[in-house]
Design a protein around this ligand. Structure first.
Ligand SMILES: Nc1nc2c(ncn2[C@@H]2O[C@H](COP(=O)(O)OP(=O)(O)O)[C@@H](O)[C@H]2O)c(=O)[nH]1
Ligand SMILES: [Mg+2]
Length: 305
């Protein structure tokens, strides 16, 4: 429990961009992280992502694993946006010594979300967690950011209001390594599953791994139905990743992203000297703004010593 409290505090520091941010990460990386399996779960609001994550965490916790749940969803019960029953279930989950739950605010720059989520996962990893379940609401950039931060992406769809067509448009089809048709107790689950399967067959280019057939699994999260099947596929995918070198490639990409981000922030910080700030404002004042193109001002800024 003490450990969980310490982890929670550390994550808050990253979220709030505390001055210790980079020190925390330096220390985390020193612990040779990279063993936690990062599972992204995404899909439209109300699809049952939180319920699924809840069930997955429960099953995994029985396997004597340390599980972390990170929710990047403003409407998630983890962040208090749900009906009472769901909140109570979450609280029960959080009481288990080997389950850590955390919701992240989506405020701030969207572009920064993938790095921040990644950094937070790195810290969780350094605390010895085996599995990190990352729930994100499927709204464009956020879910794409999370793809970067995870090893596997599970896309959750439901048989409601033309979800299949919607997901084609929003790019969900491209990012899924496993598809879940949740609320299989509802009409239309079968036809949605068939539609998704045939779309996946047509779009072979979505496959990141050769000879891997993307599974489409029907679940009823509220009744814990087929969650074991989903879990089996999720765990199988980890073996596939490792056998195909993709485990390493995903890590390589994350390290690269992090280095690029460090370069970017460091270069920006060094660039904006007082002289340059003054020069910029001077060039942008009412009298001067039409005199120069942005490119010319950029050149001037570069050339100032
Ligand atoms: N009928 C039915 N309802 C479900 C199922 N899974 C989740 N729900 C309900 O759908 C609602 C939204 O679930 P939630 O997990 O919060 O969705 P999220 O927004 O994707 O995280 C909740 O009231 C759940 O109890 C399911 O398989 N069948
Ligand atoms: Mg949710």
């Amino acid at each position: 429990m003490q450990n969980k409290r310490k982890l929670a505090k550390t994550i808050s520091k990253i979220e709030n961009e505390h001055s210790d941010y980079e020190t925390i990460l330096k220390n985390a990386w020193k612990k040779n992280i990279g063993s936690a399996y990062r599972i992204g779960i995404t899909g439209p609001p109300g699809a049952g992502k939180s319920t699924l994550v809840n069930q997955l965490a429960l099953q995994l916790s029985e396997q004597n694993l340390k599980i972390a749940i990170v929710s990047v969803d403003p409407s998630s019960p983890f962040s208090g946006g749900a009906i009472l029953g769901d909140r109570i279930r979450m609280r029960e989950l959080a009481l288990k010594p080997n389950i850590f739950i955390r919701s992240l605010a989506t405020r701030g720059s969207l572009g920064g979300l993938s790095i921040k989520t990644q950094d937070i996962c790195d810290v969780i990893d350094s605390f010895g967690y085996d599995i990190i379940l990352i729930e994100t609401v499927g709204i464009g950039q956020i879910e794409l950011d999370i793809v970067d931060a995870s090893d596997i992406t599970v896309v959750v769809l439901v048989p409601e209001s033309g979800d299949d067509i919607q997901s084609m448009k929003s790019g969900l089809m491209e990012i899924g390594d496993i598809f879940v048709i949740n609320k299989a107790d509802r009409d239309g689950a079968n036809s949605l599953a068939i539609n998704v399967s045939s779309m996946l067959q047509l779009k072979q280019q979505f496959k990141k791994i050769k000879n891997y057939n993307i599974p489409v699994i029907k679940t009823i999260a509220t009744k814990n139905e087929n969650i074991d099947l989903l879990l089996e596929q999720v765990l199988k995918y980890k073996t596939i990743l490792k056998n195909n070198n993709n485990w390493y490639l995903a890590r390589k990409k994350r390290v690269e992203n992090k280095i690029n981000e460090l370069i970017f922030s460091r270069v920006i910080d060094n660039f904006w000297t007082n002289e340059r700030k003054i020069l910029l404002q001077d060039n942008l004042n009412k009298n001067n703004i039409s005199k120069n193109t942005p490119h010319r001002i950029f050149e001037k800024l570069l050339n100032i010593k």
